[in-house]
Each structure stands twice: as C-alpha cells, then as structure tokens.
Design a protein around this ligand. Structure first.
Ligand code: NAD
Length: 480
C-alpha cells in the first residue's frame, strides 16, 4: 500500500518517485510505503498554499467554521477506521486509539472551528485623542510538524487552529506514523476544503521537515517533537525571524504527599506512568513519594503495574501494545541497562515480551518500575519516553520541589495532597507549564499548553494558538 502526499488538493507521490518503508510495530513487518519527499515537494506545497491563501483568508469565519466542522464530522463518522489505522501504524492499544487519539483529533477541529467565531482582539483608548484597535490577521503560509506518539491527535492540534485563523498550511507528520495524516487528506477532500489550503508532505525529518523549516515563504512553524530537533529548528529558523512554537521533551515529576487520597493517587500514577506505553510527553516518569507512604505506595504501584497486560494492540483488553519502533525499543532497553549500572533496582518489568505467531517480530516491552537511583543520575535526568518510571522518597516539601525542579525539562507535573494550601504553594514553585493537582491529563482545550526550560518555547491551546497563528497589527486613529 502506498501513502501519498496531499498537495494542491491532489494525492500525489513524491516528485523523486522514491518511497520509504513503513513498519507495523505489532509485527515488525513493512506494511506500507511513504513518499520520500524533499525540497521539490515542499516547494510545490508552498506554491499551492500561496495560491490558496487570498481566498481562504477572506472567505469569512462562517465558511471556515463550516468546513472545519465538516472535517470534524467526518473524523467522527470514521472513528473506527482511523483508530485501527492509528494502532497499526504506532503499535498503541486499540482502546487508546478509540478513546483518546481519534476523539481528540475530532475535538481539535470542532474546538477551533468554533473558537475562531469567538476570537476577539483588543482596543486601547487614549482619552480625548485617539483609539487604537488591534487587527489579528492570518500570517500566510505556515508549517506544522508533529511527532509519532499521538499522531493524528497532535497533527490536528496544530493544523486546526492554523486553518481556523485563516492560514494555509504545509504540514508533515512523523515518518513513523503517517497513515492517519494520509486518511485526513482524504477527509479534507471529502469535506470540500479548497485545494492548497492544507498540504501534507510525508517524509524524513532532516529532508522534508528541514525543507519546510528552511523555506523562506513559510513564516511560522509550530513544532512538536524532541528537544534536540527543536534546537535544530530554532537554529535554522532564527536568522529568518520566523515565528516559532516549540513543544519539546519532558521528564515530568509526580509528587505524592502522605496525605493524598491513596487510591486515586496510585491508580492515576499507573496511568500517568504507562498510558500509551509511557510515550506521552505528559507522562510522569519520576515519582517522588513522601517517606511515611513510600513503602505502601511502592508495593501497591508495583502490584498493579504487574497486572498491566502487554499484548496484541488489536485486542480490546490489551493495556499496552507495542513500542513505536525497533530503534525506540532498543533505546528504552538501553536506559534500563543504564539504570542497573547506575545502581538502580528494577522492581518489575523491563523485559522484552515475546508474543506468539505473527506478533513475534513486534516491539513489546513490559512496564518497568525502578528504585534506588539518585536524582542526578542520567536515568533520572534524561527523557526515556517509554514504559519506565523511577521512584524516590522525600522528607520535606522543600526537598520534593528541589528534586522535581532538578532537571533541564519543565513540561508537566502532578501533585497529590489533600492540603489545598500546600497544593497551591507547591504548584506555584514547580518549574513546569502544566501542573495537575489530584488528577492527570484532565484537559480543557481553552487552557495554555506548553513547557518551560528545555521543554519548549511558546504556548498552544485556545486563544494562545489563535494568537500564535495570527499577526497583531495595531491601528491608531486620531480624533479630528
Ligand atoms: P522528533 O524530534 O524526532 O521528530 C518530530 C518531528 O520532527 C517528526 O515529524 C520528524 O520527522 C521531524 N523532524 C526531525 N528532524 C527534523 C528537522 N531537522 N527539521 C524539521 N523536522 C524534523 O521527535 P519524535 O521522536 O517524533 O517524538 C518524540 C518527542 O516528542 C519526545 O521528545 C516527546 O517528549 C516530544 N513530544 C512533546 C510534546 C509536547 O507537547 N511538548 C508532545 C508529544 C511529544
């Protein structure tokens, strides 16, 4: 099966005619081929987007609302087909694709279709002299580049606000998980999105992705991916003064105080550690537990993690499917070896899981809980982005905050306590863009989303995204 680019309203191969293999992580077999696009394909996409921009940016909010809403409807109608495709491409459990990934892709379109109708700009009055009003105008052609962990979910999280704000888009999904982006091209055609408004170019990051970032006509880039890649993007885009939104890696802390609601804290920590195989940027990977609770919490966590079912992504009762690629599984296992070298004890999991029959070549790994490591070791400092968490005890609030903040990342955190004063105090001092108190991944699409430190620059979500995808122009009118 061949995936195609979506350029100027048509499904086309890469101009070079070259393809890349696309693997099914559940079996380890190649099951489709992706266009190996390069600068020539990006050029064609930019030309199509430029041509479409005047009409799309002036067609009116109601028209953009109507088409984006239609796309949301079609995603909803095709939820099962899209969920199957997402699990085939990424190895994730079908229950996750069905209940998280695809519903959220639908919600992204619906949310921003509506949000643009409510978006307003500012006005500043100079008493007796003049009135200023701010126009928020679409930028033009913008680039959206997304990772493999939540493929359609994150792809649409960028595309939907960009389109709603009146921009035309050149987008690239991860080369590891291109399938649902391809299916989205078909949905956009069916929904009547005008040709060139959205262009999807498939291929490798350093080739097709880099060509998007380097293109002088692409004035803004919204990127989600690794911190190292973000650095390359920033280096490339800065001399061209492009607007940049960088949503990067994380090493998120969970702070469990002894007065927490034990049941909720432990069950949510299982989820926040191992949902989507730990391959969510918001997953907590460092669990800090107040010493009086440490042993009880650790024992219960390990007991429940042992019950998680690693298996065929297409079984309804599978909790954890395959990791996304052979290389990624090797990377995660490398970190488990490192954890042992650094003196850690693996309390459960961390073993390659061999499944029978056609699944024997798949990339399965049992979820691992590690203890006994210092906060400063590499296992506790570097992003693993897999089914591995470490546990550490703490004695004081001060110590917990220092350990939580003692990494170069700052994306998300959870705090578990019944003491609202402490929760507020600690939330204020945690270096992160998102803090959840007594919950995790409770998302409201209106809230600012993003990280601090090496977890990124800028915010997405709600008004923040619409502001990112528009240029502000102040108009000052003097009274006569
Ligand atoms: P990655 O950085 O390898 O790739 C992300 C995307 O960038 C892919 O589409 C890739 O093809 C492209 N790319 C690679 N090199 C490029 C270049 N030179 N120029 C332009 N594009 C390039 O990341 P990944 O492995 O796909 O995703 C995992 C990472 O994403 C993790 O670090 C995770 O924390 C992060 N992530 C962050 C968030 C967030 O919201 N902060 C969300 C999800 C994932």
């Amino acid at each position: 099966m061949h995936i195609h680019n979506y350029i100027n309203g048509h499904l086309t191969p890469a101009q070079s005619g070259n393809y890349l293999d696309n693997y099914d992580p559940s079996t380890g077999n190649v099951y489709s081929h992706i266009p190996d696009s390069d600068a020539a394909d990006v050029q064609a996409a930019v030309e199509a987007a430029e041509k479409a921009f005047p009409a799309w940016s002036t067609c009116g909010l109601q028209e953009r609302y109507r088409i984006l809403h239609r796309i949301a409807d079609l995603i909803q109608e095709q939820v099962e087909e899209l969920a199957q495709a997402e699990s085939r491409d990424s190895g994730k459990a079908i229950s996750t694709s069905r209940t998280v990934d695809i519903p959220r892709a639908q919600a992204n379109f619906r949310f921003f279709a509506t949000a643009i109708l409510h978006f307003s700009s500012e006005s500043h009055h100079i008493e007796g002299q003049a009135i200023n009003f701010t126009l928020r105008q679409p930028i033009g052609v913008v680039g959206c580049i997304s990772p493999w962990n939540l493929p359609l979910y994150l792809f649409t999280w960028k595309i939907a606000p960009a389109l709603a704000a009146g921009n035309c888009v050149v987008a690239k999904p991860s080369e590891l998980t291109p399938m649902t982006a391809f299916l989205l091209s078909k949905i956009c055609m069916e929904a009547g999105l005008p040709a060139g408004v959205l262009n999807i170019v498939h291929g490798l990051g350093p080739k097709a992705g880099q060509a998007i970032v380097e293109h002088p006509k692409i004035k803004a880039i919204s990127f989600t991916g690794g911190t190292a890649t973000g650095r390359i993007l920033a280096r490339t885009a800065a001399p061209m003064f492009k607007k940049l939104s960088l949503e990067l890696g994380g090493k998120n802390p969970n702070l469990i105080f002894a007065d927490c609601n034990f049941e909720e804290a432990v069950s949510t920590t299982v989820r926040s550690s191992f949902a989507n195989n730990g391959q969510i940027c918001l997953c907590g990977s460092r669990v800090y537990i107040e010493r009086p609770l440490y042993e009880k919490f650790r024992n219960e966590l390990v007991r429940r993690v042992r019950q998680l079912k690693v298996g065929d992504p297409f079984n309804d009762d599978t909790n954890m499917g395959a990791l996304v690629s052979k290389q990624h599984k090797e990377k995660v296992m490398g970190y488990l070896s490192l954890a042992k070298e650094e003196g850690g004890a693996i309390l459960c999991g961390g073993e390659s899981v061999e499944l029978p029959g056609g699944l024997s070549g798949g990339y399965y790994l049992s979820p691992a809980v590690v203890e006994g490591l210092p906060n400063t070791c590499r296992t506790n400092q570097e992003e693993i982005f897999g089914p591995v968490v470490t546990l550490q005890p703490f004695d004081t609030e001060e110590e917990a905050i220092a350990m939580a903040n003692g990494v170069e990342y700052g994306l998300a955190s959870t705090i578990w306590t019944q003491d609202i004063s402490r929760a507020s105090r600690v939330a204020e001092r945690i270096q992160a863009g998102i803090v959840w108190v007594n919950c995790w991944l409770l998302r409201d699409l209106r809230t600012p989303f993003g990280g601090v430190k090496n977890s990124g620059v800028g915010r997405e979500g709600g008004t923040e995204a619409l502001r990112f995808f528009t240029e502000a122009k102040n108009v000052c009118i003097k009274y006569s």
